[in-house]
Design a protein around this ligand. Structure first.
Ligand code: ZN
Length: 253
């Protein structure tokens, strides 16, 4: 074992390991996404278990080679009550899952960490529609990764002020109607409905509009699919998020 380090971490996943140990996935402020072995922790900490999506100060031994960190101590910094509301919980879990799909350099980890932490905090706001906060989080993650959603300018020709929003699924950029017509692969385009486009444009200040928005399952599905397609185009890889369709079930057909 190497030296002991300290870092702040949000636990993104917990899995039992052997009779009494746990494998922890955590997103850490300085180290980004790491896996930690907590030896004998389930027995030791029966009265004070580690909880998913809680924030801890972690004392860890660095792995000798590419492997698991070893947990020495975890002190709770911030718990939360998201588990009391299934929909808010699912949205928070999706946020953690999304981060786990991105390769994040440790030099950038703090920005992503703070975004995840403030997202979890914001999901406690009364009377919100969690799926809207999820979309705002997703769009912020895209921005942080250098892929800001530009809804006003065509990525191909630079024309501004488009009425229709069209996603070029080949690379995740927004393009105009004229440029879309020149693209022959029809399955490479996603034309956004006017209702979904309206929500996308409101996202930066969605907190002010939450009450007036009427969300049905189709609309939730459309916007989820839009963000997944934008991610897949930008990162050039498939994105599967386990709880995505679960979040849609909370909205009426
Ligand atoms: Zn264009």
């Amino acid at each position: 074992m190497k030296a002991k380090i300290k870092d702040f971490g949000i636990i993104t996943k917990l899995s039992p390991y052997g009779d009494s140990s746990q494998i922890i996935q955590a997103f850490c402020r300085s180290h980004g996404q790491i896996s930690i072995l907590a030896k004998g922790y389930r027995k030791q900490q029966a009265n004070n278990p580690l909880v998913q999506l809680f924030e801890y100060e972690l004392s860890l031994y660095e792995p000798v080679e590419q492997g698991l960190y070893l947990l020495s101590e975890a002190s709770l910094i911030r718990g939360n009550t998201l588990h009391e509301q299934a929909q808010n919980w699912v949205a928070a879990e999706l946020g953690a899952e999304l981060l786990s799909k991105i390769l994040i350099a440790s030099s950038d980890a703090q920005d992503y960490y703070e975004l995840l932490s403030s997202y979890i905090t914001y999901l406690h706001t009364p009377d919100i529609k969690p799926v809207c906060i999820w979309w705002r989080f997703f769009s912020r993650i895209l921005s942080l990764s250098g892929y800001e959603l530009n809804l006003d300018t065509c990525e191909l020709c630079g024309n501004c002020g488009e009425e229709r929003l069209i996603l070029d699924m080949r690379n995740g950029g927004m393009i105009c109607v004229d440029c879309a017509e020149a693209i022959t692969q029809e399955d490479g385009l996603m034309v956004i409905s006017s209702k979904a486009a309206h929500i996308l444009k409101l996202l930066p200040e969605i907190g002010l509009h939450m009450q007036e928005l009427k969300l049905g399952r189709n609309l939730a599905h459309e916007l989820n699919s839009f963000f997944v397609a934008a991610f897949e185009g930008r990162f050039n890889k498939t994105l599967r998020l386990k709880s995505l369709s679960v979040l849609e079930q909370f909205y009426p057909v």
